[in-house]
Each structure stands twice: as C-alpha cells, then as structure tokens.
Design a protein around this ligand. Structure first.
Ligand SMILES: [Cu+2]
Length: 304
C-alpha cells in the first residue's frame, strides 16, 4: 500500500513546471442525459502547441436498474481516442487501454479523473485551447451513442471551468504556457515535457515543487517533490512528442542505471552529469525528496 501511495502521488506530481497556472472558478458543466445515464462534469486541460496527447474527464451516473458499459469514445480533435486507466501492477504504475471499456453499475456513478480512469486523446490534431469545448462522442452498450462537450480548462485545471470571454496571461495561463504559446514555434523541450506531464497527471489539490529537467538528445530526466516525497522521471522523445518512459528515485541520477534501462552510454553519462550539476544548485532538502520514490511507473510507449 505504501508503494501504491508513493507511486500514485508521484504520478500526480509529474512535470509540474507549470504549477504557477491558476485555477479558474468552478462552474457546473452542462449535464447530458441518454437513456438511464447522466453524463456531467466533463473537462479537459489546455495543451501547448504540438502536444501529442490530452486527457478527458467526466462522470457517468447510471440511474437505471441495469448495468451499462462505456464501449468507446471518439473526438474530432484526436487521431485516436481510447479509454484508459492508471493501475498498479506490483510495484509498477501502468497506464493502459481498457479494450472492454468501463462498466457503469446500476445506481452508481463512475468518475473519470486525472490519475485514474480517463479518456485519452492521442495524435492530437490541434492544441486544446482554454475556454473552448472539445466534442466527445461516447458509445454505451445499452444507452447508445451520445455527444458531450468537455470544457477546456487551464493547464492545471482539476474541474470544469467557467468560460472567460477574454483573459489576460495572468488569469488562467501559467507564465510558461503563455510565453511558449506566444512563440508559435520553438516550444522548448523543457516546457513541452512539463506541460505534457502536467496535462496527464497533475492533481492541483497537491501542491508540488519541480526539480531540474535535463535534456540530452532524445532523452530527459526530471525531478519533482511534494510534501515529504518525490521522485525522478525518465522521458523519451517519440515521433509524437515526449513520453514518460518510467519513474523511479535515485536510480535515474546514475549513469550505469540509465544504461541498464536502455539509454545509450554517452547520453547516460551526459544526463547524469548535467542532472548532478542542475540539482547541485537546488535546495538539498528538495533534492533529498527525489530519492524517496519507492516504485516504478511505466507508460506504454505505443500509446504515444
Ligand atoms: Cu491515458
């Protein structure tokens, strides 16, 4: 259980470089009824330009007397839309597709939320822009097909947000996000990594501190901390953007361990030495927290 908690917390904290993003006020998202089902609270998070993936979150309440099942999801914003879960397998936190979908038992509510069950948008065709809506078509075994709208919140949004008719960079976008978005091109690897991880994993009710992010070629290592715990993530650049390869603790500051994990030797040496110098300038108490991660999380690269 300890491992589960640590890994789960770590997931929540990954890539929080944009923690400065503020949270807009909460509003009740429009509910949609189809058959015995009520779907509400739909939201997603803004992505930076060229981000490969995004997550969709909502609740499904079954007011009927028979179980139903969410079979599939589709959206015009993504080349591929899947139903995913995050789950511990032994010491490893894995994100994977649920090919059989999600059961919605009679008389109960199923919640899709960051770090748990979610809709996964892959091969994003466009950036998700705060204040707009993402259409999502859900197909249920019994209730049939229904289209819902997900409110696009800020990068760290944890609930549906109000729609701002206009907003300044200070109201809803983190400084990094505004800066990066305004560049149109040349989004830095570090901003892209932080934004991607935040999009997928951040839980804003847990304040967090980000350590260094070092990038060498197609690999990167990042550190994070929250409360008394923390960890490091190894990331790889894929055809569709940066993906998390795994999360661990001290192992990821060690060149030999990086080699063992499949990182080329010269890249491992550079990552380790750059990470050491980057972390040397951080508060030692913060860096100590990066060592406390006691599980490993892997994300299936086929999903990126
Ligand atoms: Cu996913």
């Amino acid at each position: 259980m300890k491992t589960f908690r640590s890994a789960f917390v770590a997931l929540a904290l990954l890539g929080s470089g944009l923690a400065a993003a503020t949270h807009a006020s909460i509003a009740v998202a429009a509910e949609v009824t189809v058959g015995d089902l009520v779907i509400g609270g739909g939201f997603t998070r803004a992505t930076l330009p060229n981000a490969p993936v995004g997550g969709g979150y909502l609740t499904i309440t079954n007011k009927g007397s028979q179980a139903d099942r969410l079979l599939s999801a589709a959206s015009p914003v993504a080349g591929v839309t899947q139903i995913h879960e995050m789950k511990m397998e032994g010491d490893v936190m894995k994100m994977k597709e649920l090919p059989d979908g999600i059961e919605v038992p009679a008389g109960s509510t199923v919640t899709l939320s960051p770090g748990g069950l979610h809709i996964m948008f892959m091969q994003l065709k466009q950036a998700l822009v705060e204040g707009t809506n993402v259409p999502l078509t859900l197909t249920f075994e019994k209730a049939g097909v229904v289209e819902v709208q997900l409110d696009v919140g800020g990068i760290g949004a944890d609930a549906p947000t109000t729609h701002h008719s206009e907003h300044s960079p200070a109201s809803g976008h983190g400084a990094h996000a505004s800066h990066a978005a305004s560049q149109q091109t040349g989004l830095s690897d570090i901003d892209a990594i932080a934004a991607m991880q935040k999009q997928m994993f951040d839980k804003p009710d847990n304040p967090l501190a980000m350590g260094a992010i070092v990038v060498v070629g197609d690999y990167a290592v990042s550190g994070w901390a929250q409360g008394d715990t923390g960890g490091r993530a190894l990331l790889r650049r894929t055809a569709n953007g940066w993906g998390i390869h795994l999360c661990a603790g001290d192992g990821l500051k060690d060149a030999a361990e990086l080699v063992r994990l499949g990182v080329p030797e010269d890249v491992s040496q550079q990552l380790a030495s750059r990470l050491a110098s980057a972390e040397a300038s951080l508060d030692p108490a913060l860096v100590a927290k990066f060592s406390t991660f006691d599980g490993v999380m892997m994300v299936d690269e086929n999903l990126l």
